[in-house]
Design a protein around this ligand. Structure first.
Ligand SMILES: CCCCCCCCCCCCCCCC(=O)SCCNC(=O)CCNC(=O)[C@H](O)C(C)(C)COP(=O)(O)OP(=O)(O)OC[C@H]1O[C@@H](n2cnc3c(N)ncnc32)[C@H](O)[C@@H]1OP(=O)(O)O
Length: 189
């Protein structure tokens, strides 16, 4: 995996501009949503379509919740990752602050779904986005909305910035012994 400096340097070229219909580059090769080098990932292939993004996706047995039905967390992962391509079009990095999913019908393993996302509005650093998941009868099986907040590219170096991309997790025992809730998050600064 390339170091953080290399990934940050590549942000600008990944961000585009990308022509309508273009296949968009993954966030990075190990990304759970779209990285091709992540064996546990969804390997999402995302295209720009107008002011939005679109992906056709088939969930597999790795993503199962109830037998035959995709785990809701896997659906949310894919939606979040697809939303994560809209910053390419906005032109500045942004991260998820809030994600809401309405699960209208079960999403099924082995079935192809079309997932479409677009920016609905912007207000200062807030980017409001929305998405639909539809089967090929054009029946909507889930909808989602999210609030992304724009960040500078250094956000990723500050919070995940260990060369190789594997920061040492905080020691759980410290957290348990002190009983100070929330300290694990604060240790990362
Ligand atoms: C890898 C290296 C290459 C680099 C390129 C990487 C590519 C990039 C993609 C990575 C892959 C993507 C994958 C998918 C997308 C993820 O999954 S991103 C990962 C999940 N999300 C996160 O980790 C974010 C964690 N949260 C944070 O870091 C911080 O909360 C944030 C988001 C930076 C915001 O913190 P902050 O700067 O202190 O902002 P804060 O003042 O709290 O809020 C900003 C504004 O939003 C408003 N706001 C907050 N929440 C809400 C809400 N729910 N509704 C409405 N307004 C709200 C606030 O009121 C405030 O408004 P104003 O006062 O400015 O008017």
């Amino acid at each position: 995996m390339p170091d953080m400096g290399t990934m940050l340097a590549h942000w600008a070229e990944r961000a585009g501009p990308h022509s309508d219909g273009a296949l968009l580059p993954p966030h990075h090769e190990r990304c759970l949503g779209c990285g091709l080098d992540n064996p546990h990932g969804h390997h999402l292939q995302v295209h720009r379509r107008g002011d939005g993004v679109v992906a056709d996706h088939v969930f597999d047995e790795r993503h199962v919740g109830a037998p035959g039905v995709v785990h809701g967390g896997a659906v949310a992962t894919v939606l979040d990752d697809l939303f994560g391509f809209l910053p390419y079009l906005v032109g500045t990095p942004a991260v998820t602050r809030q994600l809401t999913v309405d699960y209208l019908s079960p999403v099924l393993v082995g079935v192809s779904y079309r997932i479409e996302a677009t920016v609905t509005s912007r207000e200062d650093r807030k980017v409001f986005v929305a998405a639909t998941v539809s089967d090929f009868d054009e029946r909507t099986v889930a909808t989602s909305s999210a609030v992304f907040i724009t960040v500078d590219v250094e956000h990723f170096a500050r919070h995940g910035g260990v060369s190789g991309g594997s920061p040492t997790p905080p020691v759980a025992d410290d957290h348990r012994d002190t009983g100070r809730e929330g300290e694990m998050g604060q240790q990362r600064g």
